[in-house]
Design a protein around this ligand. Structure first.
Ligand SMILES: [Zn+2]
Length: 476
């Protein structure tokens, strides 16, 4: 019998397929890949007998996992990394002076660095959400990653509001931002060999009129794509909605029939467990960004209540001036640790659960569950290899228990991921992204801080926030 010619065979001592309810551990198997998809995962001898591969990926001391999903990112803020943490009123006292000083060009440069950082730590699907997404789409296409991209739709005017003041809606601005979201969808949805998808992004229920919100929803539904929206993301949002409509954001969204399987709800920071459970029961999914919301608000969001109500939860890294990294391994550890502390219970969020949130549960949450998030026949071949000989992964036990998943979640930092592939194509090997010269992008980002800092200085010192104090007191 002649062997069938295929694109790739991947052989490794351990596969974590994420099939079933656990982590789907398999040993002594190989994965056959063709046309960007997974043909089958079978005993290595069977695979060798059936197939002849163009490319062989022989991994002698590695574990193969599905590529990680970073479901919620604002990569353009990466140009402001480390400039807004450790302060109350993060947006006004921390972010604002630098945000006002950042140019579009600087933001694009920041996005590239964030994406490089994420890919190096095993992320293969990037859930970026912002206002200028053309260049992000182009860069994701170039590096060969997968993008689940959202354009911000917002009618609230960009200006400083007094405490307690309602946001002022500008319908022209709202319509323009929606038109940009539609244009991005028309240009990019399904592009890059199907690797890029475009979602619709009302920034939050407080930033748009009800009419506008319903219009966005109708447009997204007509196109069969999802809404990716911040929901009850803080007491500020709750205040705005209660003052305007006399009810809390989740209640309002429920009355508008907004809570359904087409909604990906981000944060739920100010939700009670009951409100989070209601969102889950209505069929919406959740993205939790543990590092970001810990640094910005000092809050652990109700992802456990959401999961207990049967909802899917994905992990996100959010942004670099208040997280401060785009590393989903970090978020797996954060979500596990923070919930153990919140509940005073070491069993509440085990490592395997965090890994499912970064893979299969995350994929389902963002509408990609039919494509990625697990390694099984018929899915796209998005996978990573973790080096089990890295100091942080050693020693490896397989009996009486395996410690590979706990080591990945609690001990790994990112460089343990030595290979990433998307659609059966290797895009990162030994920490290097193959399609680009990373130095071009890393050096480009280094050009901006001097001028951006100078432009931000007056406002930074006028606000005289925590970080201005730290700077004066020799603490930075
Ligand atoms: Zn966000």
């Amino acid at each position: 019998m002649s062997r069938k010619k295929i694109d790739m065979i991947v052989k490794a001592p351990h596969f974590y397929t994420m099939e079933g309810d656990g982590v789907g551990h398999r040993q002594g198997v190989s994965m056959a890949v063709d046309g960007g998809g997974i043909l089958e995962i079978q005993e290595s001898a069977v695979i060798e007998e059936k197939y002849q591969a163009e490319e062989r990926v022989e991994l002698s001391h590695h574990a193969v996992f599905p590529g990680f999903i970073d479901a919620h990112m604002h990569t353009s803020y990466n140009i402001l990394r480390g400039l807004a943490q450790d302060t109350g009123n993060w947006m006004m006292y921390g972010l604002q002076p630098f945000d006002n000083a950042a140019t579009d060009e600087a933001r694009d440069a920041g996005s590239c660095v964030a994406i490089i950082e994420a890919l190096r730590a095993g992320t293969t699907t990037l859930g970026d959400f912002d206002t200028h997404m053309e260049n992000v789409c182009r860069f994701i296409e170039k590096v060969g990653a997968r993008g689940n991209i959202t354009q911000t739709v917002r009618a609230a005017k960009f200006r400083v509001y007094d405490p307690g003041e309602l946001y002022e809606f500008d319908d022209v601005q709202g319509e323009e931002s929606l038109a940009r979201n539609i244009a991005l969808y028309d240009r990019w949805h399904g592009r890059a060999g199907g690797r890029i998808r475009i979602l619709f992004g009302p920034q939050g229920v407080d930033f748009l009129s009800i009419q506008m919100l319903q219009k966005v929803r109708k447009i997204a539904k007509e196109r069969g794509t999802k809404i990716h929206m911040h929901v009850q993301q803080g007491d500020r949002e709750t205040y705005q909605i209660v003052k305007r409509y006399g009810k809390r954001p989740v209640e309002l969204l429920d009355d508008l029939d907004f809570l359904d399987g087409d909604l990906i709800a981000v944060h739920l920071t100010d939700c009670t467990d009951e409100e989070a459970a209601l969102v889950a029961r209505r069929g919406a999914s959740m993205i939790v960004n543990p590092g970001s919301i810990a640094i910005i608000d000092g809050i652990v969001c109700p992802s456990v209540a959401f999961q207990n109500a049967g909802g899917n939860v994905a992990l996100g890294s959010d942004q670099a001036p208040g997280n401060n990294c785009h590393n989903i391994i970090n978020e797996m550890k954060n979500v596990a640790l923070f919930n153990k502390i919140k509940f005073g219970d070491p069993e509440i969020m085990p490592a395997w659960r965090a890994l499912r949130m970064a893979t299969i549960e995350g994929a389902r949450a963002v509408g990609l569950g039919d494509l990625v998030g697990s390694l099984e026949q018929g899915k796209r071949a998005d996978f990573i290899a973790v080096d089990l000989s890295a100091p942080s992964m050693l020693p490896v036990y397989t009996y009486p228990m395996r410690n590979i998943v706990p080591n990945l979640v609690y001990s790994a930092r990112g460089p343990e991921v030595v290979l990433s592939a998307v659609e059966g194509k290797i895009i990162m090997r030994d920490g290097k992204i193959l399609a680009i010269d990373e130095r071009d992008y890393l050096e480009a980002a280094a050009k901006y801080p001097e001028e951006l800092g100078r432009r931000a200085a007056d406002e930074f010192f006028a606000i005289d926030g925590t970080n201005a104090h730290f700077m004066r007191e020799g603490k930075l």
